[in-house]
Unconditional design. Structure first.
Length: 255
């Protein structure tokens, strides 16, 4: 049983480069590996994240904090996720709920949707898929477009458009996901494994070489034609995105 409730209560941590207040997400999941995978991913996507490892902790967190979204696993050690869902739904202001369900538990999914879950995702899932669902749920009632900017490079998360200066840049979906991840983590060296875990399935071991291939594609589209390079190679680690000056500073400090 684990719970990592953030003790700052209502104080929200500024994480997102878009300068918006971070959305707060509660992850209810007892499996440590999935907990870590989700919380790391969502934090680097700019969300404030709390984790509950069982139903009782989840319910007490939901009563004490206003969440923008709850990600709810149905198989919990102390109680059924569906009863957690009912308790969340009984609250006056009830956040959207995204259910995580095991592959074959069709009945659970149906029941969950009947009980008012907003969406569901079947395990195992790719992080990008989860992030897309999370964004869709959070966008309801939140029409502000999310836009990332590093130097003259901009990425519009909603319209999925990338520009460098006046030029529109066409990216394949995976290239877009990698660029978005790097822009959200600007100035932070990212290992190939981190990029793989973020953009492909969670169990994509041994395919880190593919990252180099995609980075080459990305460079040819966003860097090669421009004097100022945004994607920096961090020796022994992987890659980092930043403006040329900032990137050089970071690398000189040892990244
Ligand atoms: Ca579980």
């Amino acid at each position: 049983m684990t719970a990592f409730a953030d003790s700052t209560g209502g104080a929200r941590r500024p994480r997102c480069y878009t300068a918006d207040v971070a959305m707060r997400v509660l992850i209810v999941e007892d499996e440590k590996r999935i907990q870590d995978f989700l919380s790391r991913g969502l934090e680097s996507a700019g969300y404030a994240v709390d984790v509950a490892g069982d139903g009782a902790t989840a319910i007490s967190l939901v009563h004490g904090t206003e969440y923008d979204l709850v990600i709810l696993d149905l198989m919990l050690p102390d109680t059924d996720g569906l009863s957690v869902l009912q308790k969340v739904r009984n609250r006056k202001v009830s956040p959207p709920v995204l259910i995580l369900s095991a592959r074959d538990a069709v009945d659970d999914r149906v029941k969950g949707l009947e009980l008012g879950a907003d969406d569901y995702l079947t395990k195992p899932f790719a992080f990008v898929e989860l992030l897309a669902r999370v964004r869709a749920l959070l966008r309801r009632g939140q029409p502000t477009p999310e836009r990332l900017q590093v130097g003259d490079l901009t990425l519009d998360c909603i319209r999925r458009k990338v520009t460098r200066g006046p030029d529109a840049i066409e990216l394949a979906p995976k290239e877009f996901s990698i660029l978005e991840y790097m822009m959200r983590n600007r100035g932070r060296p990212l290992s190939r494994t981190m990029i793989v875990e973020h953009v492909w399935d969670m169990d994509y071991d041994g395919l880190t070489n593919i990252v180099d291939v995609y980075i080459r594609h990305l460079r040819s589209k966003i860097d090669d034609l421009y004097p100022e390079k945004m994607i920096h190679t961090v020796r022994g680690i992987g890659y980092m995105l930043d403006t040329p000056e900032k990137g050089a500073e970071q690398l000189a400090r040892g990244g």
